[in-house]
Every structure is written in structure tokens, then in C-alpha cells.
Design a protein around this ligand. Sequence first.
Ligand code: ZN
Length: 582
Amino acid sequence: MTATAPREEQLWSRCAGCASLLYRKRLRRNLDVCPECGEHSRLGAPERLRQLVDPGSLRLLADRLPEADPLDFVDVLPYPHRLTGARASTGLAEGVVCATATIGGHPVALAVMDFRFLGGSLGCAVGELITRAAERALDDRTPLVLITASGGARMQEGALSLMQMATVSQAIAALREAGLLTVSVLTDPTYGGVAASFATNTDLVLAESGARMGFAGPRVIRQITGRALPEGFQTADFLLRHGQVDMVVQRRSLRGRLMALLAATRAGRPARPPVPRQEPASRRERLADDGAALARPADPAAEGDDGTPAVRDAWDTVRMARHPGRPTTLDYLDSVFDGFVELHGDRLGADCPAIVGGVARLAGRYVMVIGHQKGHTTAELVARNFGMASPAGHRKALRLMRLAARLGLPVVTLVDTPGADPGVSAEEQGQAAAIAENILTLTVLPTPVLAVITGEGGSGGALALAVADRVLMLENAVYSVISPEGCAAILWPDRSAAPQAARALRLTAPDLRRLGVVDEVVSEPSSAAHDDPADTAHRLRAALLANLLPLLDVPPAMLVRLRRQRFRRFGANRVGARADLR
Ligand SMILES: [Zn+2]
């Protein structure tokens, strides 16, 4: 944010807001807020902690985890080189600093993200560290304070970084259940997978003055919509106006506001019934030891029903997954299920055509089916917004999930979306928070949830329907933290590197099975799903039944426990345990 003349670097910096030349010591005394124009410059995590917590109260939590490069990711630089560079330039082990401390005498656990470290991106280690901070809050029965600053999920860890959105969200859910306050403070910038999970599914969301938050970044939205963005789009004041944050806070008031909120919630706490707690060791042990019948480890030897591993190039698979002839959710509702009765609306003012849902029968049993709907013709695709759900679509899905749980119906989701709607109105209506609430709700939903990636599993929009007891994936579907084109545009010189990015991202069904993101690959006819939809439907139906029936016998509380274990594994146990992908 601040550019400086090289030799004067230590003494002066230029304000990014008003271009005033400022004496650095004066700037720091003013909490890195420009005394001339009020511009809040970005803070590293250590400085942020220094400003917020009571002197002498800070206890850093462990920040060392085994090295992780789960995909062997290489763009123009190997991922480990980028990590080494980030460590050298920040002096941090990872992109988040976690600690316990007191703020105005109130004990809290904190996780503070640092944008200087690979754009504050959410990878397995960051997700694991924040999850541990949340578990520490649960063990200590203190509130959790998250300070977010992130461009989103970490591309170099592919779908495993996407899983972190679920892992951290379920840790937030556990604090909700225990009656412990969670607060997030949005700082500039907070985007993508972080915005669409723990930055917005906390009890309270504060935005620091000057912060911008959104699901899709402004550049992406401009590119896709071809429209100029409204003045002040995604800024803290915009978020306040659109009902997405509790308050906008100047940096100098942040500590005071947190103190007041912590004091108020502490006053209310003794009234709550005590919640039984587990010791950290026992919880972690159980995590490792539990039978986890619903999350069988990947078995690379058992690919497809005829034993032949998929050898198709990842980019060809991407094109196959996007083929306009590929069966859609409504096609499957017709061919795999019986008696579908569609339910509409989010009850808040809209009905999103990109999500369809309702009750149907699967081999005589009632289920709630929710899926993304694309189309086969251009007119159908346009009418369905290409399967890109708006916040209303996510809220409709949320309503149907909760209804299913109340009625004791299992939920089957069919995922086929390039991603959530990245439009201006989607941002105004709280796209990030809508996705975040779905992810969190699925981690607590007391009914079986079975997800199938049928075509494109595009980032947070896909995960909003895919936090499940069992995750299946059609052979030629893809599931990824970012589109290959988007990844190429960021990490390679240009978008023409999309085929290389597709390979690096490990987004195919066999790769994701090996990584444990997917439990089972549903084979397609030898040609592909679009050449023989009837045979594809037959295979999908058999796979759904084989996976759903065992879930029906599991008590809901155990289902939820096992589901959380399934997603908790992607942090601790994945890190360092590299899957052999070659
Ligand atoms: Zn200024």
C-alpha cells in the first residue's frame, strides 16, 4: 500500500490514499492510519496482535506443521519455492498467526491472517491452524476472534484448500453449539473462500474501515459482466448498507469495540447451561482412531467397475465435464428418481433458477434432492444462469436442507456449476455469507447427506452443496478450487496455460479419490455420459443406493460426528501425508 523511495525506506512512506509523504514513526504511532486522510494501510499479523491485545497477555499457539505440497504443484515456480519466499519475506511460518490473549481482561483465542504471506491464502496448514485456535477456544470456553485478510483459497493446494472452508466452518459450528461467541473482523482485502466461510459465518462480523469483502473480486466481476462497478462496491460502507456486517469500525476504535462486545457476552454466559467438553487429547485421539465407517480411505487399486484407471488428460476431462449434452440435474431427476415434486423460493424474495430442489423417491424411499441446473441449449443455459447460483439459490438450498432434516429425509445433492454467480447483485445480496451458511449448516445437519459431483464442481459454489457424509463423483466430472482458466490467468503468463493448470490442479475424479476428497468414482459408459445418458443414469442410481442405504441406519448424532471427522482430516492428517499422484 505504501510506496517509498529506496534510501528513505526506513524513515518515510507515501500514503496510498492521499500521496502525502509521512514520517514512518508518526504513521506507526497512529496505528498505520494516515493522519492526513484516514487511509488504513494493511497490517501484518504481528503488528495487528500488538495493537489489539493486552500487553503481556499474548501466548502464541504452535505454528509449525509438516511441509505440505499435496499436489506437487508447479506453475512457473514450484510451490515450495513460493512458500520459502513467503517465509523469508514475512518471518512467519504460515499465513496466519494464532494465539490466546486477553483483550481488556477478557480471555480470547485469536487467529490473525497475514496478507503478505501468499496473499493470505487459505491452504491446509492455515485451515488447520485456525481450526486448532477454534478448538482451543472450545477447550478454554472463550470467544474466538478471527481477523481476516485473504485473496481466497490457496490454488496450489487445489481441492484440499477448498475443503478447509468446511473444516474451519465446522469448528465455528462447534462454538455456536457450545454458546461461545465468534467474531470476525474483516480487513482489507477479504475475498473468495475465506469470505465464503469463516469470515462471514461467525456470530458477529465487523468490518475495519477501508476493508473490502466479497465472494468474487472486482476484476473478475467486471470481466464477466462487462459492466462498470458501482461506486464504493464491496467496501465496508457498502457491506453495512447491504446488511452484511454489524458495524464499520475505525482502527483506533477496534480494540474498544471488541472489549465492549466481549464484556456483553461474558455477562450473559453464566445463564447458559454448561456444555460437556472433551479434553483436547481425547478428541484428537478419537479423530485418529475412530472407525469412520463412512469415510473409507482411498484405494487407488479400485478405480471404476472394470478396473481400468482413467488415463484421459485433465484438460480433456474439463471439456467433457462442460459438454452441453451432459445430463443435467433435471435429467437425472427424471431418469434416476421418481415422482419429483419441485419446491421453489428462498422465502426472502426470490427463486433462483440455477438451483432446483424438491422431494423425490429413490427406489421407493423419499429423499430431498437439491442440485445445480444448467441446460443443453444456449437459451436454457441463459435461463438457468449457466448453473451459477445466486444468494437466493443458496438460501433456497439451505431451506430445503433444514426442511429435510425436520422431516427425517436424507439429502442427495447433484453438483454441476462453474461456480457461484459472480455478479454485482449477488454481491449486494451477500453471496459470500450465503455460501458460508450452507457450508456450516451441512456440517451440523442431522440427516444423511450424499453429494455427487456430476459435471463441474466449481469452487465455493460447489462446496455449498457438497459437505456430505459421502461424496461421489462421475468419472468425467471435475472438482476444483478455481477454474483452470482462472488459475492460469493468475499463476501463468496468461489464460492459454489452462490445460497445464488443469493438470496441476488435480481436479479429476481419480486424483480426488486418491486425495480423499471424493469417496467413490462412478464410472461412465465407455464413450461418456452425454453419449449414453440412460446407462449413466443406471450407474448413478446403483451408486446412490449403495451409498445411501448404509447411512440410513446411522443415528443422526453419529452421522454428524463422522461427517465432521471426514472434513477434519484434510487439515492435520493430510498435511505432510502426500498422496502418490504419479
Ligand atoms: Zn493519506
